[in-house]
Design a protein around this ligand. Structure first.
Ligand SMILES: [Fe+2]
Length: 178
């Protein structure tokens, strides 16, 4: 009986299935893609002289690299093979702060959908060990989307008002408490 258990389960060790390993690699590549999108948005905002917002985007870019690293560590810890995929060039067209944050939200929604799909796949594959990590990402995405939606809401309130935009810029640059 024990021998059978060993053969069926224990011999697989802690590894993720090949299907799940591929999905994890796709996810970490998507996190790195998000990082590039945020970096490009930071550039666009700097070009608009909104340096506080640019700083906020750069901090987000760094956070996305942290996310990718968590997936890499999980694969590594479970004796799988992390593999970075192709990260496409970020295509963003920004003429206002509102554009930049709408693009950020669009991307976060894409990441959220991908995390949900990954969480469902983990269940289909019977993978219990990735649950805590994936559940923490589900929660993280709710926070990320809420934060960006709040900024969009405030930018919509101030509209074309330059002093309002500059005030939000200062706040996001961390130079003033919100
Ligand atoms: Fe992320």
């Amino acid at each position: 009986m024990l021998e059978r258990f060993n053969r069926l389960n224990y011999s697989k060790g802690m590894r993720l299935t090949d299907t799940l390993e591929k999905a994890f690699n796709d996810q970490l590549t998507l996190e790195l893609t998000a990082s590039h999108v945020y970096r490009q948005l930071a550039i666009e905002l700097d070009l608009l002289d909104l340096s506080g917002m640019a700083e906020w985007m750069r901090a987000q870019a760094a956070e996305e690299v942290d996310h990718a690293n968590l997936f890499i560590a999980h694969l590594d810890n479970r004796d799988n093979r992390p593999q970075i995929g192709a990260v496409p060039a970020p295509e963003v067209k920004v003429t206002s702060a509102l554009d930049a944050f709408r693009i950020a939200l669009e991307h976060e929604e894409k990441v959220s959908a991908s995390i949900r799909a990954l969480r469902k796949l983990a269940d289909e594959e019977g993978d219990l060990d990735s649950r805590p990590l994936l559940d923490s990402f589900v929660t993280e995405q709710i926070e990320e989307e809420d934060t960006v939606r709040t900024i969009i809401g405030r930018l919509e309130i101030v509209g074309e008002d330059g002093s309002g935009i500059l005030r939000i810029d200062r706040e996001l640059g961390g130079r003033e408490q919100q």
